[in-house]
Design a protein around this ligand. Structure first.
Ligand code: ZN
Length: 202
């Protein structure tokens, strides 16, 4: 039995720690590309059209067949270290959606999902997979538009949140709902103080 509140906090903490760790180098709206290209997570991004051309295949990683926006594979680097390759559907028109997808995939890496899948030999239940997808979604939402920053900036409408963080209107509505429900939680209050110091002048 999974304690969902505990898990929710773990995802939020992982996402907000991630944002704080990069506070010196990132600006909002967030550009997910800066976390790839090797970098601290050994993660690489490859546009689907480019991958198809380079490997002479019609549907690299079977993205279109599966109706997926992206897929991430874990391979072994030269020293046995894990290297992550994310192929994303660059034919998706919405840049906000592409950004969400990239952070969702990085979320799978940061939340340890790739290891969970490997350790289970790919045999994970449908329900568990659903949970991992929701966690990666939460990671993406929290890193692209952190609730503590929404509160610090005093943003009140979906239009404001969408404009400042360049997220979709639907994503902005979800974020404001989260702020309304959990804005007074100890977790968000704690991160508000830390983010205020880290993002002074944002
Ligand atoms: Zn996913």
């Amino acid at each position: 039995m999974i304690n969902s509140q505990l898990n929710k906090n773990f995802v939020a903490e992982t996402a907000l720690d991630f944002v704080l760790r990069h506070a010196d180098t990132i600006t909002y709206p967030l550009r997910p590309e800066v976390f790839f290209g090797g970098g601290p997570y050994n993660a690489w991004l490859l546009p689907w059209t480019e991958a198809c051309r380079a490997y002479g295949t019609a549907d690299f990683f079977n993205l279109k067949k599966h109706g997926a926006d992206a897929a991430t594979d874990m391979v072994e680097g030269d020293s046995g270290e894990p290297v992550y390759l994310t192929v994303y559907d660059d034919t998706v028109k919405s840049m906000a959606r592409q950004s969400f997808t990239k952070m969702h995939e990085l979320g799978h890496v940061l939340l340890g999902h790739m290891d969970e899948c490997r350790d289970s030999g790919g045999k994970i239940s449908y329900a568990f997979r659903g949970q991992l997808e929701r966690e990666a979604d939460s990671f993406a939402a929290e890193t692209l538009s952190p609730a503590p920053l929404i509160m610090l900036l005093g943003l009140k409408t979906p239009e404001e949140v969408a404009r400042v963080f360049r997220v979709s209107r639907a994503a902005a509505v979800n974020r404001l709902r989260d702020v309304e429900r959990n804005g007074n939680s100890r977790l968000y209050r704690d991160y508000m103080g830390r983010m205020e110091r880290a993002f002074r002048g944002f």
